[in-house]
Design a protein around this ligand. Structure first.
Ligand SMILES: Cc1ncc(COP(=O)(O)O)c(C=O)c1O
Length: 218
């Protein structure tokens, strides 16, 4: 979201007196471009924003640990709701994360990961440039951060069906339809570049491009 859209969203929240939940698992994973203040920062303590954070993308997902930042009043409600749901997040995993942060290890770890993912991002972008069929309707994002990029295919494609062909080639993606509530996204897919090795990224994109190319001919 651009800074202008963020400000406009906050104005709407204030006008209609609604809370905004800002889900920000990827904020610290930026490779290019400039830091944009979060909705929480822009709110300036007025209390319209609940910011959600997680260790999943910056440490490891198996920790199953996240946190939220909000006004005390809101946090008290969350505590009651959460206690009713699961009693408490395991103190053991909380202690691990606490100790890791207390020793100042997290920032260095994030920095290391950002460098690693940035390389993988470039590898995937280069592989797409090299392998994807040249077609006016095939394009992809060049993400400034996060772990994914978004590939748009010709509107005749059905990514739910295409997935089975890709899986035969041992390549998986997240279907675009998973991101829409109105049946959209049939011609889009989300690719992850953080998990596979650079070698697998190159091979995976080659195979995926082949599957797409075969479907262009049909
Ligand atoms: C946008 C977004 N929010 C939240 C999460 C949740 O992460 P977790 O439940 O592992 O903390 C994810 C994980 O993929 C995500 O993509």
């Amino acid at each position: 979201m651009t800074l202008e859209r963020r400000k406009a969203l906050l104005d709407l929240a204030k006008e209609y007196q609604v809370l905004v939940i800002e889900d920000t698992p990827y904020r610290q994973l930026r490779y290019v471009g400039n830091h944009i203040p979060s909705l929480y920062e822009l709110d300036g303590g007025e209390g319209y924003v609940i910011a959600l954070h997680t260790f999943s993308k910056i440490l490891f997902p198996g920790l199953r640990l996240g946190w939220l930042v909000a006004s005390r009043e809101i946090i008290e409600k969350f505590i009651i709701a959460k206690q009713a749901m699961d009693l408490c997040t395991p103190p053991f995993t909380q202690a691990i994360a606490y100790e890791y942060c207390r020793r100042g290890l997290l920032d260095a770890h994030i920095e290391e990961n950002v460098a690693l993912y940035d390389k993988k991002r470039a590898t995937m972008l280069n592989a797409l440039e090299e392998c994807m069929p040249k077609h006016p309707e095939i394009r992809w994002t060049k993400p400034e951060g996060g772990l994914f990029l978004w590939v748009k295919l010709p509107s005749t494609f059905d990514v739910d069906k295409l997935l089975y062909q890709a899986l035969e080639e041992k390549v998986a993606y997240v279907v675009g339809t998973g991101f829409y509530t109105d049946g959209g996204g049939k011609d889009a897919m989300r690719l992850n570049f953080s998990y596979p090795s650079e070698e697998d990224i190159v091979e995976g994109i080659k195979r995926l491009a082949r599957v797409i190319e075969n479907n262009l001919k049909d």
